[in-house]
Design a protein around this ligand. Structure first.
Ligand SMILES: NC(=O)C1=CN([C@@H]2O[C@H](COP(=O)(O)OP(=O)(O)OC[C@H]3O[C@@H](n4cnc5c(N)ncnc54)[C@H](O)[C@@H]3O)[C@@H](O)[C@H]2O)C=CC1
Ligand SMILES: O=C(O)C(=O)COP(=O)(O)O
Length: 390
């Protein structure tokens, strides 16, 4: 099988795919796509592609709705680069408290004459403040936000978090000393530093807008390591111009930001550490292999999780619409071609569902016959046949 890649994928991830027997960017139809921030169009995804895997967290660069409708699962690697983003966010916090960049520039200018005298008599211009005792507001307490919140406690900050999407599984990661904001306004009013760690989707476009900026303290510093588009940069520039906000640090370049001296921009390097790139790419390779070889779905963003040991000799994975009577229709096909189902698992997620059918015996010509019959069910979007490895 052949995997098409975009962007710089860590050599460890590529090695894992090669070890599993895949070719990388060979001159033949791709079975899978592995990418990072490449903006993917639906037309870039050939019909031969069975899976699209994002080595990273954000998947707003992938046409998920189009691929879902084609029965192509999209995967990401949750948490794979969260520590890298956490560490850079902590660096941004410290740099928002202490004028480190300006001080380094000043130190370079002290060259010549009595360096010590020039340093000691001018360093007062580079006084900062301490994070200890200040309040950090964390918007989004997922893989990144929870780590940022917990680490900030160790810097002796008061931490207040906001995430209406938390569930029993995700809430336990958050230190109980993190105050849960009852509403977002409370966080915006109270915080000296505000950091945003939410995905870019339609609901979150310009989530931080002029209204929310107006609720922040004029002395607050805003940090965005999540995505451009989540913060309304134009509104931020206005707030900074009017001294209604102290500082803005963002990982996402935007022309409107360049001339405002109270902005610090980094070139989307939140996840750019050797460790994060390795971890994300190896997770991606593992998830790709799990789907292409066994039909297991791990960390998909559009199809349900299904990760089952391959106990029977054969499997067929059916990606279909989430509508009534799919199980009836699918099992009827197996009955018609006289195949005894050993195990049948079905899970749904929103408009889509996945049915994994396991069986042990297959007669001559039955592989093609059963696939043709299943494909003829109108709500079936895609399906794949798997045979247990020796
Ligand atoms: N700068 C960089 O290089 C990187 C940026 N990112 C960005 O950071 C985002 C977050 O990453 P993770 O924490 O790994 O994702 P995650 O999926 O683990 O967490 C996101 C959290 O945001 C919450 N959320 C969604 N909308 C919200 C809203 N309107 N208000 C409050 N909470 C909301 C969700 O419930 C979830 O708990 C990613 O979607 C990606 O865009 C992630 C990694 C690297
Ligand atoms: O994981 C994410 O969401 C990121 O933004 C990291 O992007 P990258 O893989 O470094 O291009």
């Amino acid at each position: 099988m052949n995997i098409k890649t975009y962007n710089a994928i860590s050599p460890k991830g590529l090695a894992a795919l090669k070890d599993a027997g895949y070719q990388i960017n060979a001159d033949e139809d791709a079975d899978g796509i592995l990418l990072r921030s490449q903006k993917l169009q639906n037309s870039d995804v050939a019909d031969s592609v069975k899976a699209v895997v994002r080595a990273g967290a954000g998947f707003n660069n992938i046409p998920v709705a189009d691929l879902s409708a084609r029965g192509i699962p999209v995967f990401n690697t949750p948490g794979g680069n969260a520590n890298a983003v956490k560490e850079l966010t902590i660096a941004a916090l410290i740099m928002a408290a202490r004028p480190i960049l300006a001080a380094v520039r000043f130190a370079q200018e002290t060259r010549g004459g009595d360096v010590s005298l020039r340093t000691e008599s001018n360093k007062g211009g580079y006084r900062g403040t301490e994070l200890s005792g200040k309040t950090l507001g964390v918007i989004g307490l997922g893989n990144v936000g929870s780590k940022v919140a917990n680490t900030a406690l160790d810097l002796d900050m008061e931490v207040i978090g906001y995430d209406p999407g938390l569930n029993a599984n995700t809430a336990w990661r958050i230190d109980r000393r993190v105050e849960h904001a009852s509403n977002l306004d409370d966080l915006l009013n109270k915080s000296d530093y505000i950091t945003v760690h939410i995905p870019l989707n339609e609901a979150n476009r310009h989530f931080i807008d002029a209204d929310k900026l107006a609720k922040m303290k004029p002395s607050a510093a805003l940090i965005n390591f999540s995505r451009g588009g989540i913060v309304d940069d134009q509104a931020v520039v206005k707030a900074l111009d009017a001294d209604k906000l102290r500082l803005f640090t963002t990982d996402f370049s935007d022309d409107v930001l360049f001339d405002q001296p109270k902005v610090m921009v980094t070139p989307h390097i939140g996840g750019s550490t050797i460790e994060a790139e390795d971890t994300s790419a190896m997770m991606a390779a593992h998830q790709m292999e799990a789907f292409l070889e066994d039909g297991n779905i791990i960390n998909s963003v559009n199809f349900p999780e299904m990760n089952l040991p391959f106990t029977s000799q054969y499997r067929i994975g059916v990606l279909h619409k989430n509508v009534p009577n799919m199980l009836g229709q699918i099992s009827k096909v197996f009955g018609q071609v006289d195949i005894n189902i050993a195990e049948l698992n079905n899970r749904s997620r929103g408009d889509y569902a996945y049915t994994l059918v396991a069986f042990d015996h297959l007669g001559q010509g039955q592989t093609e016959a059963i696939q043709a019959e299943l494909k003829a069910i109108p709500q079936v979007l895609n399906l794949h046949f798997y045979e247990k490895k020796a």
